[in-house]
Design a protein around this ligand. Structure first.
Ligand SMILES: Cc1cc2nc3c(=O)[nH]c(=O)nc-3n(C[C@H](O)[C@H](O)[C@H](O)COP(=O)(O)OP(=O)(O)OC[C@H]3O[C@@H](n4cnc5c(N)ncnc54)[C@H](O)[C@@H]3O)c2cc1C
Length: 296
């Protein structure tokens, strides 16, 4: 939406193709407390509705539907949107990244009621303050989330299905040295409790070596088992890292001239609304300069 706002104000008449989740990931959260300009916080859906209105005010056009295929072999580029072809001189890809789920029904039903996928976003919420928390995962993200959460929770249980962390040595050592982090090895979450209470009160665990079950009390479950960037349709055409994140070249430009990238689909480090918006702004400015240089 920020890319659309900047491109619209530069008279580029951008077309925003919304995909299956118009407004993006923020529409799945209730309160956003760290987007600058909203000291009382703002509902995620409301924030995205406002951004869309702001972009539309300057001429951005919004089209629902998902891009199913792209032809980046020549300009104008071709995009197939639900069977129809759309052509454009330039493209800004801002398809985001989906978080991996545990795949439990109870996880899904208690999302935003104690189950979350982002410690930076939700860790400071009153719900989690001075409460025991669970982080699920064993990689760098899980360690980072666990360390961040020690500022708020009374205790952080790091539940991992193996008996050693997959994270880099330095991150793993730091996490394990933290007195507020307790590792729970060889364990998987089989259920998030308590659906009847309508909020998280604990997790049911299974030890994968002994097959024994136990219940761990907690008020929050932070799932940190990775993200999948929504970049499959660009595979083989755009340069990506081994996890599928698009690698920008200069600024937001990709290896295909005229194709730019912004937000979480190119950012496995920060993954915040404000950084995504910042990159959207940068991409629109890069597009504008690219077109100006081409038309000189
Ligand atoms: C529960 C939750 C709470 C969060 N809370 C905060 C917070 O408090 N503060 C914060 O800063 N960040 C928060 N985040 C992170 C923030 O939502 C993301 O960093 C931000 O939304 C990334 O923006 P984006 O535009 O890159 O991607 P997204 O928001 O993921 O948007 C991607 C868009 O691309 C579309 N799309 C995908 N594939 C296609 C396709 N093939 N064709 C057409 N369209 C497509 C999708 O429909 C979607 O509209 C939270 C995330 C989650 C999950």
């Amino acid at each position: 939406m920020t890319a659309a706002l900047y491109a619209a104000r530069a008279n580029l008449r951008p077309l925003v193709i919304t995909g299956r989740q118009p407004g993006g990931l923020l529409t799945t959260t209730t309160v956003v407390e760290n987007y600058p300009g909203f000291p009382e916080g703002i509902d995620g859906h409301e924030l995205m509705t406002r951004m869309q209105k702001q972009a539309e005010r300057f001429g951005a056009r919004i089209r629902s539907g998902s891009v199913e295929a792209v032809d980046l072999s020549s300009q104008p580029f071709g995009l197939t949107v639900e069977g129809e072809e759309v052509r454009s001189e330039t493209i800004i890809i801002a398809t985001g990244a989906s978080h991996r789920h545990l795949g439990l029904k109870s996880e899904h039903l208690l999302e935003n009621k104690g189950v979350t996928y982002c410690a930076t976003c939700d860790g400071a919420l009153p719900l989690f303050r001075n409460q025991p928390l669970v982080v699920v995962g064993g990689g760098d993200s899980a360690c980072e989330e666990a360390m961040y959460l020690t500022r708020f929770g009374s205790m952080v249980h790091l539940v991992h299905r193996r008996d050693t962390l997959r994270a880099s040595i330095i991150m793993a050592e730091r996490a394990l040295a933290n007195p507020k982090i307790t590792p729970v090895w060889d364990s998987v979450v089989t259920e998030v409790l308590d659906l009847k209470a309508g909020k998280v009160t604990g997790v049911r665990l299974k030890n994968v070596k002994t097959n024994t079950e136990s219940v761990l009390d907690c008020s929050g479950v932070f799932v940190a088992i990775g993200h999948i960037p929504n970049t499959q349709i660009f595979k083989g055409v755009l340069d990506m890292d081994e996890n599928g994140y698009i690698i920008p070249k200069r600024g937001t430009a990709t290896n295909v001239p005229g194709v730019f990238v912004a937000g979480d689909c190119a950012d496995h480090v920060y993954r915040q609304a404000v950084t995504a918006a910042g990159l959207g702004c940068a991409a629109a400015i890069d597009v504008e300069r690219y077109l100006a240089a081409r038309n000189e």
